[in-house]
Write a new protein. Structure first.
Length: 272
């Protein structure tokens, strides 16, 4: 039997934080949900501590270490029974009204996805907001320029996620896998944006996946645009000619910047 919302929490060695994240979900005013904590090969006490929480809506999903946030999220997507799928990183937090408020907004707007603003936490202290998107809808044009979606705020219809194929797991999309998925989602439905801060987003650059990246911003943009173009071809989507030309132009621009950067780089062994 299905549920209204499947909440997917990927985690790795964050025993205390993931227990707090689960608690935030269990305290939601919207109660028709399941929680899938999807492990990425934790070696701490995360498994035991989550399984000690007595709630029939909570499931621990074992998984091997991948180092790629997309992998445990996709594992949860495959097992989810919900009409909607919500994402919560294990170090972020939700307000109790988060799910109910977003589902209400999505219904009123007639869309298949909804996100919200978030409070940024640095060293555990509030440090402004994350998004401040100026409009009530997030569209493809917005996502081609930047990512105004906080992953831990996103709620998407399961059928939309299925058509998008989940999060890309290839190395080129590491740290931008959520941006890539939201771009695909926006090709199928507008994304409603709730201006209220319904999430507390922990921004710790040192422990982020991004800290391990060697890819430049242009390499990431090129991967984003090329992955999006490949997806629409494989999914049988038919974007307008102007949209196809726009993506082609952005790929070309990113390649030109990468070639220019390569020319400026000193040759191996050359004095700096």
């Amino acid at each position: 039997m299905g549920v209204r919302v499947s909440v997917i929490i990927p985690t790795w060695n964050r025993a205390a934080a993931v227990v707090e994240a689960v608690g935030d979900v269990l305290r939601q005013t919207e109660t028709d949900f399941e929680v899938l904590v999807c492990d990425d090969g934790s070696t701490d006490e995360s498994r035991a501590r989550v399984r000690a929480i007595a709630d029939p809506r909570l499931f621990w999903i074992d998984g091997p270490r991948s180092g790629c946030p997309a992998a445990p999220r996709n594992r949860g997507i495959r097992l989810a029974r919900g009409e909607w799928i919500a994402f919560l990183d294990s170090d972020d937090r939700w307000l109790p009204s988060k799910l109910a408020r977003q589902l209400e907004v999505a219904s009123a707007a007639g869309v298949g996805a909804v996100s919200s603003n978030a409070i940024r936490l640095r060293d555990g202290k509030p440090s402004g907001t994350v998004v401040d998107h100026p409009r009530p809808l997030i569209r493809t044009a917005d996502l081609l320029s930047w990512n105004p979606v906080v992953c831990s705020s996103m709620v998407v219809r399961a059928d939309v996620i299925a058509r998008c194929g989940g999060f890309p797991e290839d190395r080129a999309h590491l740290a931008i896998e959520d941006h890539a998925l939201w771009l695909r989602v926006s090709a199928l439905t507008d994304i409603a944006y709730v201006e209220e801060c319904l999430v507390r987003y922990r921004d710790e650059p040192v422990t982020s996946v991004r800290a391990r990246l060697s890819a430049s911003a242009d390499e990431q943009r090129l991967a984003l645009y090329e992955g999006y173009r490949r997806w629409w071809r494989e999914a049988g989507q038919r974007p307008s000619l102007s949209h196809r030309l726009l993506i082609a132009a952005r790929c070309f621009r990113s390649r030109c910047r990468l070639r220019a950067a390569a020319r400026r780089a000193p040759a191996p062994g050359a004095p700096r």
